[in-house]
Design a protein around this ligand. Structure first.
Ligand SMILES: Cc1cc2nc3c(=O)[nH]c(=O)nc-3n(C[C@H](O)[C@H](O)[C@H](O)COP(=O)(O)OP(=O)(O)OC[C@H]3O[C@@H](n4cnc5c(N)ncnc54)[C@H](O)[C@@H]3O)c2cc1C
Length: 377
């Protein structure tokens, strides 16, 4: 067991750290306040090889490994949760296409996502199919060289901003779901208004509406009727990304709390000298370190090509709950100041909640873990 990062991993971590401090931090509060997606940051991440960090150079990636991807998302999340989730979601479509796509799809769609200017989205959820995604109703009926898609996808991150969306639609009976690459401008594709949210305000969330939307049959991703596996595989990797986002948030609020407890004086001494309060810090630190180990292990399993479904679910469950625990305690440690928008804690506290909801709620991740233990009945 080796706990030391490689030279390459340390170097990408350093680049991400500087990028986070110099490019993301100065804009993070404004992005939240204005509720605006930052193309400036996203394109800068593409140029610096961060979107493509763990993808092959042949397709515009930087050739790094899964742990490098985790390190980059973690660093972004220390400054801006919206930037971190944008990065993690931007890696889902290229991952799906490189795993399941044809060579033509890989060469045409992937490079602009990694080192070009394009953004992509992943559309599984529907108004009546959230945790139970296999009950989705969006239909895809073949008509000659096209598939005609009808249905509504909800909560789609970056949906209206993306060059294309991977849409999951029913092509047959139970579990017969296929994946389609639906390009911007396709006839019958439209978007709802951006959702107003509690947090991650710099990340766009929209409804995607497909009304007799025609998609060329060459844009089917993977085999017909086998799309549900694509969605589940994508979520396994996505959960490592969201766990890394959670870790970054937890680390940042812990760091802010240490600083504050050293400087804030009440009853004639720094509040850090109050034993009751210092125990909050100890518990935050213990949970942060446990999260880190779970996430890095899941990433290690993935990059070794070993099964990682259960470990990704454990890492996501634990780290997302850790981020919420730490954000809650950090606001408490800051007293009234933690409640003010002038302090970063208030933003991280709001941003943390969604970590327990998207890419599998905590309850669904517990189901994934239990199913991995129990096997099929
Ligand atoms: C900001 C944001 C961005 C998102 N981005 C995307 C995206 O890009 N693409 C996409 O496809 N989706 C996206 N989602 C959707 C997200 O994945 C779903 O919200 C999530 O899967 C939960 O589905 P639901 O909201 O319909 O809740 P429901 O499934 O209705 O769940 C409601 C409650 O019931 C619990 N529950 C449900 N079933 C069970 C069970 N069997 N056992 C125990 N408890 C259960 C849930 O845990 C939850 O607490 C996003 C959501 C948000 C909030």
């Amino acid at each position: 067991m080796d706990f030391e990062l490689t030279k390459e991993q340390k170097s990408i971590q350093k680049i991400a750290q500087l990028f986070g401090e110099r490019i993301v931090e100065p804009l993070a509060a404004e992005i939240d306040r204005e509720k605006k997606f930052s193309w400036y940051i996203f394109h800068a991440m593409q140029r610096h090889g961060m979107v493509g960090v763990s993808f092959p150079e042949l397709y515009g990636g930087s050739g790094g490994d899964e742990l490098s991807r985790v390190l980059v998302i973690e660093e972004m999340a220390k400054h801006c949760a919206s930037t971190a989730v944008t990065l993690s979601v931007a890696q889902i479509a290229p991952n799906c296409i490189l795993t399941y796509g044809t060579e033509e799809q890989k060469r045409f769609f992937v490079p602009p996502l990694l080192s070009g200017e394009d953004l992509s989205a992943f559309a599984l959820t529907e108004p009546n199919a959230g945790s139970d995604a296999s009950s989705l109703l969006t239909s895809a009926k073949q008509d000659g060289d096209y598939f005609i898609l009808n249905g509504t996808k909800s909560f789609i991150t970056g949906g209206a901003l993306s060059r294309f969306i991977i849409v999951f639609a029913r092509t047959g009976g139970p579990r017969k779901i296929s994946a389609f690459i639906v390009e911007k401008g396709a006839s019958g594709l439209s978007y709802g208004k951006p959702e107003e949210k509690l947090g991650i305000n710099g990340s766009e969330t929209v409804e995607v509406i497909l009304k007799d939307c025609s998609v060329p049959k060459e844009n089917m991703l993977g085999e017909r009727d086998k799309g549900f596996n694509i969605a589940m595989t994508a979520l396994d990797s996505g959960r490592i990304g969201i766990a890394a986002q959670s870790l970054g948030i937890a680390e940042r609020v812990l760091q802010e709390s240490v600083k504050y407890m050293r400087s804030r004086v009440q009853f004639g001494k720094p509040i850090g000298m109050q034993q009751g309060l210092s125990w909050y810090l100890s518990e935050m630190k213990a949970r942060v370190e446990a999260s880190r180990n779970l996430i890095y292990k899941a990433a290690w399993l993935k990059q070794k090509g070993l099964p990682f479904t259960m470990d990704a679910a454990i890492a996501k469950l634990y780290a997302s709950e850790t981020a919420n625990f730490c954000a809650h305690k950090a606001v408490q440690i800051h007293g009234g100041y933690g409640f003010l928008k002038d302090f970063v804690l208030e933003r991280f506290y709001r941003d943390a909640k969604v970590l327990e909801i998207y890419e599998g709620t905590s309850e669904i991740n517990k189901l994934v873990i239990a199913r991995s233990l129990l096997g099929p009945f």
